[in-house]
Design a protein around this ligand. Structure first.
Ligand SMILES: [Zn+2]
Length: 410
């Protein structure tokens, strides 16, 4: 048993580069996370979190802290919080983002902390998605300040209503931002995994209109909306379409009774693709299919398509990706560049011309009451982000000219 413990300790230590001294205050970061996890901020009720993070940012010496009026447009309480920090070196500004809302249920949260993780009593979610990201950013800022580390100008945006379809980020006025590149700290549990691509997402809602009639006495007079929906669905491919693309019919509803030809059927679903053109083409083809089927069956189809979020496509050579790979290397991790099928605020910033990398947080089993924060991973993510910021500043610095000794003729 003693040998096993020793072995586990060695494995844990091996992940950090041998000569890497952690810079963050891990205990303070954990306490901050727990403090925020106890603040109820289920979507649409983020006022308390908004105030909390704004206060933290002011304490950290931000030159500007602004709470926007997103709730006026979106309903609910709270706002997006924007802060700007002067750089200590002349480098392009970097955006740091995390979201302050969580999914439900959150009421009466009870935290359990042991040596390895933080979880709840299983009756609520934990909210590490994305309060772990918020805690990482705040601790990184505090450490940069305390240790006087040479960092680039930083812009911080903590968003509301992310879990409701990136709503906060979408209404946030990005004209305030100078940064064209950012890091969204809202990824997965593995501290080495960086998401550099995520798909374009289209949502559809189709209502087929037919005509009701008694199905036994005079079915000829009816136009069956459910059959229209079925025929339309049968003309398309669903599930994984190709390596880049997926399609799903998520819900179907319609009809009134066994013996009535249904006059209405409604479908809701989605298309996702890493290739934005492909997603658009599929959505448009689906619209045409629905309209044609409805017309053939003497009914009609109302098709609404909306692009929920836009693809993020960072090249592995992008400066921010290189900075993050180097940052992880500094702490002894080999970065894994991956793509995710899900959306984050990075997808809301992309169409506004700000490309963001999605950085991990150490949170696991998110969106369930089994959600947990793996502490070791959480600390590695924090150290990794800190080093990423330092590399971002360093790689933008003019490199000292290499002096080649002049050949002398003897
Ligand atoms: Zn999230």
């Amino acid at each position: 048993m003693r040998h096993l413990c020793l072995l586990l300790a060695l494995v844990a230590a091996a992940a950090l580069a041998q000569n890497y001294q952690p810079l963050l205050n891990h205990e303070r970061m954990t306490e901050l996370f727990m403090q925020m996890a106890r603040i109820d901020s289920g979507s649409e009720n983020e006022a308390a979190m908004t105030e909390f993070v704004a206060r933290q940012l002011r304490e950290l010496g931000a030159e500007t802290v602004v709470i926007d009026e997103a709730s006026k447009q979106l309903g609910g309480t709270g706002g997006n919080v924007f802060a700007r920090f002067r750089g200590m070196i002349d480098a392009p500004p970097l955006l740091l983002n995390a979201h302050i809302d969580t999914v439900q249920p959150t009421a009466g949260i009870q935290l359990i902390r042991d040596a390895n993780e933080i979880r709840t009593d299983g009756r609520t979610i934990l909210g590490a998605d994305d309060k772990a990201g918020v805690a990482i950013i705040l601790e990184v800022l505090r450490t940069l300040k305390e240790r006087n580390l040479p960092h680039p100008p930083l812009e911080v945006v903590f968003t509301i209503r992310e879990e409701k379809g990136l709503q906060g980020a979408k209404v946030f006025d990005t004209r305030q931002l100078r940064a064209r590149t950012g890091v969204v700290v809202d990824g997965g549990a593995d501290p080495a995994v960086l998401y550099i691509q995520s798909p374009t997402h289209w949502r559809f809602e189709v209502v087929f209109h037919g005509k009701a009639a008694h199905s036994g006495a005079e079915p000829e007079k009816g136009r069956n909306a459910i059959v229209m929906a079925a025929r339309a669905i049968a003309q398309m491919q669903w599930g994984r379409i190709d390596a880049e693309t997926t399609a799903n019919v998520g819900t179907i509803e319609g009809g009134q009774a066994m013996n009535i030809v249904p006059e209405r059927a409604k479908l809701v679903g989605e298309f996702r693709s890493f290739d934005p053109q492909r997603a658009r083409a599929l959505a448009e083809r689906w619209k045409a299919v629905c309209e044609q089927v409805a017309q053939e069956m003497e009914g009609s189809a109302e098709v609404s398509l909306s692009q929920t979020f836009e693809a993020v496509r960072l090249s592995p050579d992008a400066p921010i990706v290189r900075a993050a790979v180097a940052g992880l290397k500094t702490i002894g991790l080999e970065a894994k560049l991956e793509r995710t099928g899900g959306g984050t605020d990075a997808n809301a910033f992309a169409p506004k011309g700000i490309q963001c990398l999605v950085f991990p947080t150490g949170a696991d089993r998110i969106h369930t009451t089994q959600e947990r924060l793996l502490l070791r991973n959480f600390y590695l993510c924090g150290e990794g982000l800190l080093q990423t910021i330092l590399h971002w500043g360093r790689q933008s610095q003019p490199q000292p000219a290499v002096s080649v000794p002049k050949a002398t003729v003897q």
